[in-house]
Write a protein that binds this ligand. Structure first.
Ligand code: NCD
Length: 316
């Protein structure tokens, strides 16, 4: 496999190999010398046409830990604001000699265009395209679940068979949910979508629930993944008010206290604290939110390594 565009492209073996490699990268990141020489002389370009904090920084750290040269391109402040097209922009950057592009774009499918229409011949990692996919986020979520549910050091070769994952909130606009449901199904997890009808997508292999309290009570999930309400992607009113959303769909302190003390709490960030998730849940011992960010670096090191060197996991 040359690119990482969608979690649907990963077989079970490929997914597990990538997660195992991410675990190895985690060990490297705990050493005093955290840098590997593997991608010396290689150039990675972060091509970000949409705002980002954790994903952009995480790819940057990952590339640098592997000794690659990293160029950060953000559309703001570039010739894109003079009207340069995606094709011209990417061909211009590629002409300087690039070994992998990490692409974030507000248009669903933009990384597919770059990968498949012959403009460039460079591996592409999809770092989030519109409401479509965000495969490295799903991988870092799966890595975190493996660590928390099987135990760090006991993850090698393991899937997520039978693990019950509830994904809650603005699923319709969420590329995180889309990439997650596909990867979680591949890994054998049982996925439940919990959302108001206006924010519930039609497709996807997940059991659907339209009442949060009933669903949490009935499913008793091992993992509750809260999603950000993506107001910037809403061109209409999808719920009456923020206070009603919080009351019906938020992980409030009351709801959090009713969950089993073992339930893992996740959120891809950035969080709307006090809207979809309360501070008590986000900052609790059960929360894996900071671990998710840390694992972002591990997973992205594994992905860049696999795509650029052609070794292990993605290229098997
Ligand atoms: C997500 C994204 O950008 O899709 N954030 C992230 O990458 N961690 C989720 C979001 O924006 O809500």
């Amino acid at each position: 496999m040359k690119h990482l565009l969608s979690t649907a492209d990963l077989s079970l073996d490929q997914a597990i190999a990538l997660l195992d490699l991410s675990d190895e990268m985690a060990l490297v990141n705990q050493r005093e010398t955290r840098k590997l020489p593997t991608l010396r002389n290689k150039t990675v370009v972060n091509l970000f046409f949409e705002d980002s904090t954790r994903t952009r920084i995480s790819f940057e750290v990952a590339a640098k830990r592997l000794s690659a040269d990293l160029i950060n391109f953000s559309a703001k402040g570039s010739s894109v604001s003079k009207g340069e097209s995606l094709k011209d922009t990417v061909q211009t950057v590629a002409a300087s000699g690039v070994d992998a592009f990490v692409v974030r774009h507000s248009a669903s499918g933009a990384p597919y265009n770059l990968a498949h229409n012959g403009w460039i011949d460079t591996p592409i990692v999809n770092a989030g395209d519109g409401t479509h996919e965000h495969p490295t986020q799903a991988l870092l979520d799966a890595m975190t679940m493996r660590e928390r549910l099987h135990g760090i050091g006991a993850t090698k070769g393991k899937d997520l068979n039978g693990v019950k994952v509830a994904i809650v909130g603005d699923i319709a606009h969420s590329r995180v949910a889309r990439s997650n449901v596909q990867l979680l199904n591949t890994l054998g997890a049982e996925v439940h979508f919990i959302a108001p009808p206006t924010l519930m997508p039609k497709a996807f292999e997940a059991t659907k629930h339209f009442n949060l309290d009933d669903a949490l009570h009935q499913v008793k999930p091992d993992v509750v993944m809260m999603l950000r309400v993506q107001l910037e992607r809403m061109n209409a009113s999808f719920f009456p008010s923020e206070s009603e959303y919080r009351r019906e769909w938020g992980l409030t302190n009351d709801r959090f206290k009713q969950l089993s003390g073992k339930t893992l709490i996740m959120h891809p960030g950035p969080m709307n604290r006090g809207l979809e998730i309360c501070a008590e849940a986000a900052d609790s011992e059960q929360s894996a939110i900071v671990q998710q960010v840390a694992n972002g670096v591990n997973v992205r090191m594994a992905v860049l390594y696999s795509l650029i060197t052609g070794e292990k996991a993605v290229n098997e």
